[in-house]
Structure formats: C-alpha cells, structure tokens
Design a protein around this ligand. Structure first.
Ligand code: F3S
Length: 106
C-alpha cells in the first residue's frame, strides 16, 4: 500500500485526491490518510504531492514507520475525500517545517 507521511501535516494540498483512480483518501483537520484496503498501489499520487508526503510503504523512511499505523487507524475515523480543494491557508509555511508529528490534529 501507499502511505501519507509527515510532510502532509499542515499543508493538505489534495493534488493526490484529484489524481487517485480509486477513492482511498480520508480527510482530517490538517492531514490526509490512505485507506490501505482501497489503495491499488498505482503510485500516481507520489509524484503529484508538492511536498513529497506520499511513499510506497516499502520506501517509507525509518523515522516515519509510525505513519503506517496512523493511516490505518485514521482512515476508520475520518471521512472520505473524493475531490481536491484549496490547500490549508498556511500550507506554504508548513511545507518548510520538519518534525510536524506533534502538530497532527486527530
Ligand atoms: Fe497531503 Fe500531499 Fe495530498 S500535502 S493532501 S499528501 S498532495
């Protein structure tokens, strides 16, 4: 499966949603996740994300392994998103930040 990682936090560009051929993205307040049971592993979203937040699970950096479980868990809690929308207002400044995990709003 593919996994949304830390770089998405605070940005939510949603270009990934527009390109996804299935409906696998779920939306929280400042982050998106991928439903691993729906994702067909096509990988088109990887190149589409302006902040390179999405990884094939096998390519996920060691420091972001926690995001596998986060995507599974939050998919069940958050609604489906099927159309792209405007990024979060502060997306550009959040795009530069590192260590955003503590800012993930559930
Ligand atoms: Fe997030 Fe990138 Fe999609 S910032 S909403 S994973 S395009």
């Amino acid at each position: 499966t593919h996994v949304v990682g830390e770089a998405c936090i605070g940005c939510k560009y949603t270009d990934c949603v527009a390109i996804c051929p299935v409906e696998c993205f779920h939306e929280g307040p400042n982050f998106l996740v991928i439903d691993p049971e729906v994702c067909i592993d096509c990988g088109v979203c990887v190149a589409e994300c302006p902040v390179e937040a999405i990884f094939d699970e096998k390519d996920l950096p060691e420091s972001q392994k926690e995001y596998v479980e986060l995507n599974i868990r939050l998919t069940k809690e958050w609604p489906l998103i099927t159309q792209s929308k405007e990024p979060l207002p502060e997306a550009e400044s959040w795009a530069e930040k590192e260590g955003k995990r503590e800012h993930l709003v559930e």
